[in-house]
Design a protein around this ligand. Structure first.
Ligand SMILES: *Cc1c(COP(=O)(O)O)cnc(C)c1O
Length: 360
């Protein structure tokens, strides 16, 4: 069968060229006589795979030598605890911005280790907007300020990088890493679960400013200690070797597309097309403040919820998969990360128009 357009929020679609290359190299990686999965992580072959992936990622994201790049495990969610355990140091307080479900999860986990101060919340607007920074109640004694640049479930995205002064800025870029250019130097720590824009689930990439290493609390599990992971080249234990390899193939693919500038332009165009269509058609609606609409995750509702089942069935039949919205939001959600081609968005719009015409 041919490949469908998969709009899943995560694990998400991967570039077809990457999957083909992985297939090509599956049984025998470049004459080694082994698949990457079967190699020692200490072997010259795998160390080359790992180093190349890190180099390409640094180049793509513009990461200077002031930062360590770590390939860790446990997904983005494990970072919700890893961050306070490592960054509080001799402080007790941390600032968090609450813009939706992923912020809330990060806050709940951090509250087990820190006094969490929620500096701003999108709750008053039912999380359809981002609170302007002018009204945030930040704490100069906070160990760090955490925010979620793109809320994958709600479909709201920051269009600015918060100012945090001397307080290190920490960001969960799980669903928007490498989707447009980013000034890493504004951040103390960036983390991203891999399964949206990088590769397979389970892997999480962390960019940490080196002066923030070495402050972990004694009780921090060794596997969660950034300094230990950094000193061991992300190989304190056996890393997620195959995921790391696939991430490396994705980085090469992003470079071949023209890097994050080109990805950003493509992503803007894809998102604009879809929002313009939704706004221009009475049958569909997206509730998010236009300024803060996510370029990656586009939730939308039909004029009549009773038609949701038929909409999804028809979409499946056309090879437009995983459009069902998150259970907490309902309706539909189209995730259109880097690897979703513009033709996929065009096919979705064509189907939405036909469905509205027939059933609206
Ligand atoms: C998907 C996602 C997570 C959770 O990632 P896991 O790897 O499943 O732990 C956290 N934050 C954001 C913004 C996400 O999109």
């Amino acid at each position: 069968m041919s490949r469908a357009y998969n709009f899943c929020a995560g694990p998400a679609t991967l570039p077809e060229a990457v999957l083909k290359q992985a297939r090509e190299e599956m049984l025998d990686w470049r004459g080694s006589g082994m698949s990457v999965m079967e190699m020692s992580h200490r072997s010259d072959e795998f160390v080359e795979i790992a180093d190349t992936a890190e180099r390409d990622f640094r180049e793509l994201a513009g990461v200077s030598d002031d930062y360590a790049v770590l390939f860790m495990q446990g997904g983005a969610s494990s970072q919700f605890a890893t961050i306070p355990l490592n960054l509080l140091g001799d402080k007790t307080q941390a600032d968090y911005v609450n813009t939706g479900i992923w912020s809330k999860k990060a806050i709940a986990e951090a509250a087990r280790y820190a006094e969490v101060n929620v500096v701003a919340t999108g709750a008053d607007a039912n999380f359809t907007s981002i609170p302007e920074q002018a009204g945030w109640k930040t704490n100069p004694n906070a160990a760090y300020l955490h925010y979620t640049p793109n809320e994958t479930i709600g479909g709201v995205e920051f269009d600015f990088v918060p100012e945090s002064g001397d307080v290190p800025l920490v960001a969960d870029f799980s669903s928007s890493i490498l989707s447009s250019p980013l000034d890493v130097s504004k951040f103390g720590l960036i983390y991203a679960g891999a399964q949206k824009n990088i590769g397979p689930s389970g892997l999480v990439v962390v960019i940490i400013r080196k002066d923030l290493l070495g402050k972990a609390r004694d009780i921090t599990p060794t596997m969660m200690n950034y300094q230990v992971i950094a000193e061991n080249g992300s190989m304190y234990n056996t890393p997620a070797t195959y995921s790391w390899y696939l991430a490396g193939l994705v980085f090469k693919w992003v470079k071949a597309q023209g890097g994050v500038e080109a990805m950003g332009q493509l992503n803007d165009r894809k998102a604009r097309k879809l929002y313009d269509f939704i706004d221009g058609c009475d049958f569909y609606a997206n509730p998010i403040d236009a300024r803060f609409r996510s370029r990656m995750n586009v939730p939308f509702t039909l004029a009549d919820d009773a038609l949701n089942g038929d909409f999804l069935k028809g979409a499946d039949q056309r090879g437009l998969l995983n459009l069902k919205g998150h259970r907490s939001v309902g309706g539909m959600r189209a995730s259109i990360y880097n690897a979703m081609p513009e033709a996929g968005v065009d096919a979705l719009i064509e189907y939405m128009a036909a469905f509205a015409e027939e059933r609206g």
